[in-house]
Design a protein around this ligand. Structure first.
Ligand code: AMP
Length: 436
């Protein structure tokens, strides 16, 4: 049996791969208007970065991380050795930790400097159970704004993301923006205790996973997919009733700025997001495609403690990531098809086998002049070469016939109008360029 791709991965075939390039281009253009510049960090990082940054108790780190082991280290492990921390490597499950690590390592936000606005695009890896819209390798586009804690940063980035979604063709009426505040070091510990107390009061009704969450991070219970737990958590204390003065003010300002910009949103105090590093603002953009678990097309929030967690000095941060594949699923549900673009402007056809060398050379001249050109590589008849030219969407066909060539001429055929004329071979490329 022919070997197939790994479960939970997808091939981006040419039409989609071209679309993915456009998608990234649109993101770079829109995010660029807001001052974001590209950064590209490795797909592998030390496991410790994710353990310390994202949090050991999160599903992403505790269950879903792919570990990268070289053959040599695998042998060591099988021999019962433990690996040095510099050999413990994981495939990145998300982009923020790596970008913050790079910003700390390269001092991208020196003291007193303006904030660094960074964007990335590329694959992330999570060992989740594959299903529609949930893959093991998927593409994210994300931004991180480092070094500023003003609520204008939060609001600006959220507005920017909503603009991007609209630009790629998801109407605002199809999206639901949910926002919440997760509080900070000052107010969250007390709130966390309140949630734990609440959960302990109903201890026997919670699932096994939530029991583990009680010990590690009770707030994670808000994310539980078990119906009974979800139902119980509806009556749990709400973070927004327990924010400290500073967090309350920060959150109000974010909401005010969103409203002022005409962005519609709903508050959802159960929105805790799956990663430990969030403080204050968190948000998620959902579309209606049935199950909630796969309806999130993007989300993010503020992470003012992350830089310290990974060993840097304090540095505020705000970021989001959007899922490319989920956007595509949404757009396809709205009727989008990947545009089939023609990469061929000119087709050089040969009437005789003797003309093959000349056709080969003429096609090179076209390309040197920036004209996309194709020719037959499979010994087709002239008739099937025309068919191929049509299929490739060529606007002009050049026909090299024995008689014409002996007079130093080639025939140009306008594929739309079928008009033909003879031109000197030496002028063929400039004549073609005039037609295009
Ligand atoms: P997260 O880092 O979990 O907040 O994810 C940000 C976005 O990435 C989500 O809103 C999804 O659109 C997308 N995403 C997350 N996990 C997956 C996955 N396993 N497969 C496809 N897309 C995903």
């Amino acid at each position: 049996m022919a070997i197939r791709n790994v479960e939970g991965t997808r091939d981006l075939l040419p039409a989609e791969a071209e679309y993915w390039d456009c998608f990234k281009g649109t993101a770079a253009r829109i995010f660029g208007l807001y001052g974001y510049r590209p950064i590209d960090t490795p797909m592998i990082e030390l496991t410790e970065l994710f353990v310390r940054g994202i949090g050991e108790a999160t599903d992403v780190v505790s269950k879903e991380m792919f570990t990268a082991i070289s053959g040599e280290n695998l042998k060591r492990l099988l021999d019962g050795e433990t690996l040095k921390s510099k050999s413990r490597i994981s495939m990145r499950p998300e982009g923020t930790a790596g970008v913050v690590r790079a910003a700390v390592q390269h001092d991208l936000v020196p003291q007193g400097a303006p904030s660094a606005k960074l964007m990335y695009a590329g694959p992330m890896f999570r060992a989740e159970r594959p299903q529609r819209g949930r893959q093991r390798q998927f593409n994210q586009v994300g931004v991180e704004c480092l070094g500023a804690d003003d609520p204008t940063i939060d609001a600006e980035a959220i507005i920017m993301l909503m603009r991007f979604f609209e630009e790629i063709g998801i109407p605002s009426s199809e999206m639901r923006l949910l926002v919440n505040s997760m509080g900070c070091d000052k107010c969250r510990p007390a709130y966390r205790q309140l949630v734990l107390d609440y959960m302990l009061q109903h201890e026997s009704k919670f699932c096994d996973t939530c029991h583990a969450r009680m010990e590690m991070n009770p707030l994670r219970a808000f994310d539980c997919k078990n119906e009974e737990c979800a139902h119980l958590m509806e009556d749990a204390p709400k973070i927004t009733d327990h924010l400290c003065e500073d967090c309350r003010e920060h959150y109000s300002k974010v909401k005010e700025l969103l409203k002022g910009s005409g962005v519609t949103f709903a508050e959802d105090s159960s929105l805790v997001r799956g990663l430990d590093y969030y403080t204050r603002t968190v948000f998620e953009v959902q579309v209606d495609n049935g199950k909630r678990s796969q309806s999130a097309i993007g989300g993010g929030g503020r992470y003012d403690k992350l830089a310290e967690e990974v060993g840097g000095r304090p540095m505020s941060g705000f970021g989001f990531a959007l899922g490319y594949e989920r956007c595509v699923l949404t757009l396809q549900e709205l009727g989008m098809e990947f545009p089939e673009r023609s990469g061929c402007q000119v087709f050089v056809a040969c009437a005789t086998d003797d003309a093959r060398q000349a056709a080969f050379e003429l096609s090179q001249l076209c390309r040197d002049e920036g004209v996309a050109c194709e020719l037959d590589h499979q010994g087709r008849s002239l008739k099937s070469q025309f068919k191929l030219a049509d299929k490739l969407g060529a606007q002009v066909a050049v026909i090299l016939g024995a008689d014409e060539m002996s007079q130093g001429l080639v025939k140009l055929r306008n594929m739309d109008s079928h008009e033909e004329r003879l031109v000197p071979t030496a002028e063929a490329v400039s004549e073609i360029k005039q037609i295009l």
